[in-house]
Design a protein around this ligand. Structure first.
Ligand code: NAP
Length: 293
């Protein structure tokens, strides 16, 4: 069994990007610039955005944080989005979710110029990804694809069972792995809460992607010998022995499943660390006009 080390891979990717930024600087080019809009003071959102800003600093990007209080109007927010759409210096930007209830998230998302949508949530990018056109791909699925690529995990002709069909993880994963390409060319089954024979399906899988949000859901008797298991789940469970009083648990019962696997991602330290790095990858792609010329 080999661990897929997302922390290490993330460090490597950031190093490569930092070197590229140095080269852009040396050639007198424009430094990539990521902007983030943060509404309110939710602890989770604060820490995600701060991680994104720190990652920019680490690779040498320019970053801007635009903050609003919870009572910002939808119109004010949409005007800022439009301003960023037209700001020539900004290569990409994100609006940190969730937004307060009085703001229509879909409307905000659809107002973002798809050419600057480095989160890859705009329907144009989702549509382009689905038909195999160049697109910004949302962070978690892109991070998983990068891990599969870097660990040279064969997906062609394999049976992948993706458990979960959310718009941010399960569904895009199933699209990406079934597309022509490498990684890709897999035969994909998408499972969800109405799937009848999940255990049998998982037992027939060469690769399982678990994106459910139910700690320890995938057990040892659901996984065949030699399978690759990608655990996307991150649920905070109470823990007396940690400073914070909680610890992150994946969707896979690691101790039972790991001995059967050829490769497995741990939680924490697997898929998670690649998520912010994927946003950095997308911002660089935007600056280099790799997706939209
Ligand atoms: P979500 O929107 O809640 O979707 C969960 C999916 O799991 C749904 O499609 C649901 O089916 C399915 N499901 C629930 N119970 C099931 C069961 N008993 N059997 C089979 N399928 C079941 O969650 P998400 O946003 O995709 O996130 C999933 C997990 O990944 C969460 O723990 C989240 O925190 C984590 N996550 C981690 C990262 C990271 O960077 N590491 C990023 C994003 C998400 P239905 O559609 O039928 O309801």
């Amino acid at each position: 069994m080999q661990l897929i080390d997302g922390k290490l891979t993330s460090k490597e990717v950031r190093k490569e990007i930092a070197a590229e930024v140095e080269a852009i600087k040396a050639a007198g080019g424009k430094i990539p610039h990521l902007a983030a809009i943060l509404v309110g003071h939710d602890g989770g959102s604060e820490s995600y955005v701060s991680g994104k800003m720190k990652a920019c600093e680490e690779v040498g990007f320019k970053s801007s944080l635009i903050r609003y209080d919870d009572d910002v109007t939808e119109e004010e927010l949409l005007n800022k989005v439009k301003e960023l759409n037209n700001d020539q210096d900004v290569d990409g930007f994100i609006v940190q979710l969730p937004l307060p209830k009085h703001i229509d998230e879909e409307k905000v998302n659809e107002t973002i110029d798809p050419r600057k949508d480095v989160d890859g949530f705009h329907p144009v990018n989702v549509g382009r990804m689905t038909i195999g056109m160049p697109a910004f791909i949302s962070a978690t699925p892109q991070g998983i694809m990068e891990l599969l690529k870097r660990y040279k995990i064969e997906t062609s002709g394999k049976h992948v069972v993706v458990v979960g069909r959310s718009n941010i993880v399960g569904r895009p994963m199933s699209v990406l792995l079934s597309q022509k390409g490498n990684p890709g060319n897999a035969t994909v089954t998408v499972a969800h809460s109405r799937t009848a024979n999940l255990k049998e399906l998982c037992l027939s899988a060469d690769i399982i992607v678990a994106a459910i949000g139910s700690p320890g859901f995938v057990k040892g008797d659901m996984v065949k010998e030699g399978a690759v298991v990608i655990d996307v789940g991150t649920t905070r469970v109470p823990a007396m022995d940690t400073k914070s009083g909680w610890r992150l648990k994946g969707d896979v019962l690691f101790d039972e499943v790991a001995p059967k696997c050829s490769y497995i991602t741990p939680v924490p330290g697997g898929v998670g660390p690649m998520t912010i790095t994927s946003l950095i990858i997308n911002t660089l792609k935007s600056a280099k006009k790799e997706i939209y010329s």
